[in-house]
Design a protein around this ligand. Structure first.
Ligand SMILES: Cc1cc2nc3c(=O)[nH]c(=O)nc-3n(C[C@H](O)[C@H](O)[C@H](O)COP(=O)(O)O)c2cc1C
Ligand code: SF4
Ligand code: SF4
Length: 313
């Protein structure tokens, strides 16, 4: 993809997608632990997930002595201080940026650990996500020793057909194995970013009109419509990490600040949640690739997602 070429708005939508092959070059400061020490280390992994990819990766990175903690649950409990030998964070990139909740979380968090790692999942184009996380976390006083990315199913409904996405071999086991090895060796490394990737992100921000200091923070009442296909099962009221859905006597209502994680629209069994068509130049505009295709990571159950995201008392 050329750096100078202007991207159209439609291209910006899709380009959270064009393949970027990242070079994997070890840079500095690797040191090994004995397997005995590695086993004794207490590890905490904090995660945010909309459709389960990050929960799956977080589980895969969990060792013998690991506590897995959902960021929405920590936010709900007002818990921001953590202590362990190793602390990791796993989140999905949204427009190459962290979800707003993750951004806010890291600004308040006190992560007391000798070794901190971050693994960012993405669908096809991560751009300078690693540098963006390094900047945000460093500014918050939480510097990460290791920041890597892993490509998964792209759950960005406006640009991708979920039925097509699940057929693509994204070499997850091999890529995951490399990350596991790096982390077990407490490798100090940030995945390299190219100037072209920085440029594509700048163009995306310009085209989408998103505030780079915020990222995707939308309003669920603006972007989602509940149709009369709704059977009142209540799933959306559990899987939303913002608790934006409410069952009323006659229907389901949604409102509030929205992470745009798609947990609601992807998990509604009736496909009763749809994007609202917007003709006022909003990004995105409510069109999607395949309104009949929905996705949740194959290793993650609906119950797992409910437990991860539920905001009810
Ligand atoms: C709002 C939104 C924005 C996204 N932006 C990007 C992006 O910029 N680049 C990319 O490769 N994937 C992007 N994706 C895809 C997700 O990062 C990817 O599918 C991720 O693994 C989802 O994780 P989860 O299943 O834990 O929610 C985006 C997805 C959403 C919902
Ligand atoms: S998940 Fe779908 S069917 Fe169930 S209550 Fe929500 S909108 Fe209705
Ligand atoms: S309303 Fe839907 S997209 Fe928004 S935060 Fe809740 S689950 Fe995620």
């Amino acid at each position: 993809m050329s750096t100078n070429k202007k991207i159209s708005r439609r291209h910006a939508l899709k380009s959270m997608g064009a393949v970027v092959v990242s070079s994997v070059v070890a840079s500095s400061g690797v040191f090994s632990l004995t397997s005995f020490e590695a086993k004794r280390n207490k590890r905490i992994i904090l995660y945010f997930t909309g459709t389960g990819n990050c929960l799956y990766i977080a589980r895969q990175l969990a060792g013998e002595n690991t506590e897995l903690l959902s960021i929405p649950q920590m936010v709900k409990r007002g818990k921001y201080e953590f202590e362990a030998d190793e602390i990791g964070i796993v989140y999905p990139v949204y427009g190459h940026m962290p979800p707003y909740m993750v951004r806010q979380f890291i600004q308040k968090a006190k992560l007391n650990a000798k070794y901190k790692f971050a693994v960012l999942t993405y669908g096809e184009m991560k751009c300078d996500a690693v540098e963006i996380w390094d900047r945000i976390s460093r500014k918050a006083g939480n510097t990460f020793d290791y920041i890597g990315t892993i490509v998964m199913v792209n759950n960005w409904l406006p640009g991708f057909d979920m039925n097509e996405q699940i057929k693509i071999d994204k070499h997850i086991p091999e890529n995951l194995q490399k990350i596991k090895t790096d982390i077990s060796q407490q490798k100090h490394w940030h995945e390299p970013v190219t100037e072209e990737e920085r440029q594509i992100h700048r163009e995306f921000i310009a085209r989408s009109g998103l505030n780079p200091e915020v990222g995707f923070l939308m309003k669920s009442e603006k972007y989602f419509t509940v149709t009369n296909a709704c059977v009142g099962c209540g799933i959306c009221t559990y899987v939303c990490p913002r608790g934006n859905y409410e069952l009323t006597a006659r229907s389901v209502k949604t409102s509030g600040d929205c992470e745009f994680c798609f947990a609601c629209i992807q998990n509604c069994p009736q496909r009763a949640i749809q994007f609202t068509k917007l003709e006022d130049g909003s990004f995105p505009d409510g069109t999607e690739k395949n309104p009949n295709a929905r996705y949740r990571n194959e290793h993650i159950s609906l119950m797992d997602l409910k437990l991860a995201n539920n905001q009810k008392k």
